[in-house]
Design a binder for this molecule. Structure first.
Ligand SMILES: NC(=O)c1ccc[n+]([C@@H]2O[C@H](COP(=O)([O-])OP(=O)(O)OC[C@H]3O[C@@H](n4cnc5c(N)ncnc54)[C@H](O)[C@@H]3O)[C@@H](O)[C@H]2O)c1
Length: 313
């Protein structure tokens, strides 16, 4: 019988995870707090399905099958009923998530894994109120958009069992994602630590007047970003030669940014409500044309990577 995955949340991550799971053949129960939230989720799913049809990834009958496998629910009781795996994508708010874990811990049979797509909240803290079975609470951190970016960081809390981590990695493989297993939790997990270390240095270069924002972005886009899909930073060091990397580390590390707070230029933009593309201005200025163009470019590249991944499988 077809297994059922419950996805809690219909927003940026929730609707995309729901689509991904249905695309991979699972029944999906998408939870939203009310009918309006569900409508928003289905609108997002329909938009993504339109694109999949346009790109010939599925046809009209495939679209209907995928859509039919997703049902909307508005109570945790419905979430728990007959569910095989839970992926929670609710807002990044510890108290809210704790409340849901407590309810789900009471409602779902104890062997059902409760996973969270939190960007950085502690799985140990999230499990604190679910006192009966904290061993089944684990982070499965997707990257946006989950149906196009394969990685999922699987992060155990202090009480998460090894079996739950193993099984969560297996679930991620079943929905065609690439799980990376952490040994223990830390702030930002792996990906956001690396991403924000790069952002801190990028902004530092601008702040110090060494280069402007366009030069910084271009340097990444046309240099080491081209290699990173094949060789991550540690493999890249092996390919570059560790003797050379050691020499550079010894003179450069002490010159790199070591700020432990955000940048004035970032905080100033936020204070002026310049949030980036969502308010049409951030470090850059955005309009419909340049925004759609960059979104299309990014989606096309992500799709090319997915096709290449499928070929080497
Ligand atoms: N947005 C990203 O780029 C991204 C990437 C990776 C992980 N995440 C993580 O995924 C999770 C979801 O993020 P998102 O960006 O999809 O959020 P979102 O705000 O887009 O969606 C949140 C969902 O939760 C629902 N919701 C809001 N308040 C609620 C309440 N009180 N009770 C029940 N449901 C409620 C909303 O209706 C919506 O369906 C967060 O933990 C976030 O950190 C986000």
């Amino acid at each position: 019988m077809r297994e059922t995955i419950a996805v809690l949340g219909t927003g940026v991550i929730g609707h995309s995870v729901a689509l991904l799971c249905a695309e991979k053949g699972f029944n999906v129960k998408m939870y939203g707090p009310n009918v309006e939230a569900l409508e928003l989720g289905f609108k997002g799913i329909d938009g993504d399905l339109d694109r999949l049809v346009k790109e010939n990834k599925t046809d009209e009958s495939g679209r209907r099958d995928i859509r039919d496998r997703i049902s909307g629910v508005t109570t945790t009781k419905e979430v728990a009923d007959g569910v095989d795996f839970v992926i929670e994508c609710l807002p990044e708010n510890l108290e809210l998530k704790q409340k849901f874990y407590k309810e789900l811990d009471e409602l779902c049979p104890k062997e059902i894994i409760l996973s969270s797509s939190t960007s950085g909240l502690s799985p140990t803290a999230m499990a604190e109120t679910a006192t009966k079975h904290p061993e089944r609470i684990v982070v499965a951190h997707f990257w946006n958009p989950p149906h196009l970016v394969p990685l999922v960081e699987v992060v155990p809390g202090e009480k998460t069992s090894e079996e739950v981590v193993d099984k969560t990695c297996q679930w991620m493989e079943k929905i065609d994602r690439v799980p990376v297993r952490m040994k223990k939790e830390c702030l930002g997990f792996i990906g956001n630590r690396l991403q924000f270390a790069l952002l801190r240095e990028a902004l530092y270069i601008v702040e110090q007047g060494y280069a402007d924002i366009e030069a910084v972005d271009k340097t990444v886009e046309y240099s080491f970003a081209r290699r990173l899909p094949v060789t991550g930073p540690i493999k890249s060091a092996d390919l570059g030669g560790l003797d050379t990397f050691s020499k550079i580390s010894n003179y450069l590390f002490k010159d790199l940014c070591n700020y432990d707070e955000s940048f004035e230029m970032l905080e100033d933009l936020v204070a002026q409500e310049k949030f980036g593309t969502k308010s049409r201005e951030g470090f850059y200025k955005w309009n419909d044309e340049n925004l759609q163009s960059i979104q299309l470019k990014r989606a096309q590249l992500l799709n090319e990577f997915l096709q290449r991944d499928a070929q080497v499988k």
